[in-house]
Write a protein that binds this ligand. Sequence first.
Ligand code: GTP
Ligand code: MG
Length: 449
Amino acid sequence: MDFVKIRGKDLQDCIMQMKMKYGPEAHIYDQRVTTEGGLFGTGLLASKMYEIDVGIPEKQNSKDRIEKKLKDLKELIKQKQKTDSLVPANEKKVAKTIEAVRPYSERRRRAAVMERMEPIVIDDDDYELESSLKPYHAEEQIGLSLANVSEIHEKPSISREIPQVSVPKRHSNIEKLSERLKSEGMSASYAEEITQVLEEHLSSVDASRFATVCEKAISILESRITIDSDLFSGTPRGKRKVVFFVGPTGAGKTTSIAKLAAKYSLHMGKKVSLYTTDNYRIAAIDQLKFYADAMGMPFYAAKDVRKLKEAVARDGSELILVDTAGYSHKNPDNILKLREFYQAFGDKDYLENILVLSSTISSANARSVADAYETIGYKRILLTKLDEAEYLGSVVELADTIHREFAFCSVGQDVPFDILNASKKLLAECVVYPEKLKGIAGEVFDKTT
Ligand SMILES: Nc1nc2c(ncn2[C@@H]2O[C@H](COP(=O)(O)OP(=O)(O)OP(=O)(O)O)[C@@H](O)[C@H]2O)c(=O)[nH]1
Ligand SMILES: [Mg+2]
């Protein structure tokens, strides 16, 4: 058992500091009223303070303890899910109706491929928004050490025009692969670009084996995917990492935070706190608080920036994961309001936004979301619902063309297990062999690279 003293303006203040710094297992074993300041040691004009002695159980990181915590957590989640199962079933089915939300042009293209017809030439309005994607330097706007997003704009942009030159007839296997890329959600121009690289790298013998064509396509796609699965990545020494998880409603922000909190706290032994800025939906507060309590982590629901600032100042954790309300990409003003919360953090904090994006979203919507959230700046994407996705081509293309990295992949509803560090190989393989999506299993305790 370790012992520390905590001072505050009243008992409530001391207890709050104790909870935020040392979690629910810390307890008070003595308390007193003292004074602070005063003229020449006389006590004259001294201010009254409260002081508590706190006992903190030794940090136990043994395998048994972690396993027990996880077991308890799973049990609690199971119980909660039983209650949740009373929710009308139709709410859970939305993601399955992906075909209905695909752009019409995409549905036609898929239908054409399925029927082995000539591909239909489409007006690819997926890219209308691209010209409005502007580089964003979040650091300039909020005055804090936000992860530098400028470097990600250094990659030369990719031409989206289909070359008009006539090309010699392709090997049927290469053509087949090209069609597959399009049917897996890629735009005709991007699929063509990949196919051209593929063609350049395949001998006629290689092209005659479809498996070899697929393997080569996977390695080309891998070279287009960038990943970074370390939440502390880029954080200067001595700074605390603060990650805001932003994204549309229902994308999977809260559950992904719970999974990552388990990974970083229970597995990696980091001091993690959970915050939410989603302060007007009681259920949203309860959802994150439930996970925080289950894992014994400090939790704070930010009511306003001033109070959040006080909580942040008292927080002794190394990593703060901030849940946010889901905002539609059609409501950019709400997204921008998130920046108000940045003011609560100071010089010793290193802030980053991670965009949480469902892989079941249509390619046009994904592009609009990516564009809308660029106003607050983000460098990495946490891709969710891979288990429900039919294909990954569109999100892989999107991340490549807007030069963003993948951080993690959420692969199911099982908290805390269904999350993986993003992997180039896995993502590229799932584009070429979409059937792999069905078999992905989570492993929360992947070694962070
Ligand atoms: N199948 C599947 N479901 C997921 C995944 N991630 C999240 N979900 C489910 O998606 C639903 C919404 O998840 P949340 O984490 O609450 O989403 P959110 O982004 O916090 O939602 P809001 O707070 O309403 O914006 C829940 O039913 C989750 O269990 C995933 O990887 N696969
Ligand atoms: Mg949420």
